[in-house]
Design a protein around this ligand. Sequence first.
Ligand code: URA
Length: 251
Amino acid sequence: MSQLRPPALKHLRLDRLLANMGYGSRREVEALARAGKIVLDGEAIHEGDQHIYLRENLSQRMLVDGEALDPPPGMALMLHKPLGVTCSHKEAGPLVYGLLPARWRRRDPAISTVGRLDKETSGLLLLTDDGALLHRIISPRAQIAKRYLVHVATALKGDEAQRFAKGDLMLEGEDTPLLPAEFQPLSAMTGYLTLHEGRYHQVRRMFAAIGNHVEALHRDRIGGLDLPNELAPGQYQLLDANTLACVFDRG
Ligand code: URA
């Protein structure tokens, strides 16, 4: 028998699949099917118990009430996180999940942010409902590079790159030094900082540790994936497999 057989395709009952995607209860999905409102490859599916294979192109093949199906489970997207929204499911105030379609907030498995950006940080944020993918990206072993554009309050001294590169900087309240990080000054008050780990408020605390203060922070790259210029703050874009693979590029 061949060793290279592709993994078996997952399949789910139609009523379960659409209920888990936030389209309503299983009973409501069953009613949609009976009314001929769920169409696959041009043919109405009348039975809620019909099994549907989770192929990547399912959204192009299935219509629900005349509209293309939402992305099936196993989705990943990038969001241009604006300032002032929080990466949380439950805190008060505007949340990143409020920037996505309302139905997506009822999905199971839920969509979660891959790590977090502070409320007052903007830029590239990944979200997924795939727990294994999320852990592959945030795992400390992966050491995926994240690049930040930093604007500081006081003019750079010129030794920041050297201090961050040494791998001996300690943050207040911690007992293990930071991994080496790369800093590239761009002007007297700005520069790119590239990290290979993700500690709480890391960039802000790194500059505090060397006597400066971060005024503005924006993430523009994760691994080899850049935030596209045309993606305005608050907008998101689904990631296909090839674009997602860029996250794991080492450059
Ligand atoms: N470091 C910070 O201080 N804040 C962020 O949002 C990300 C990295």
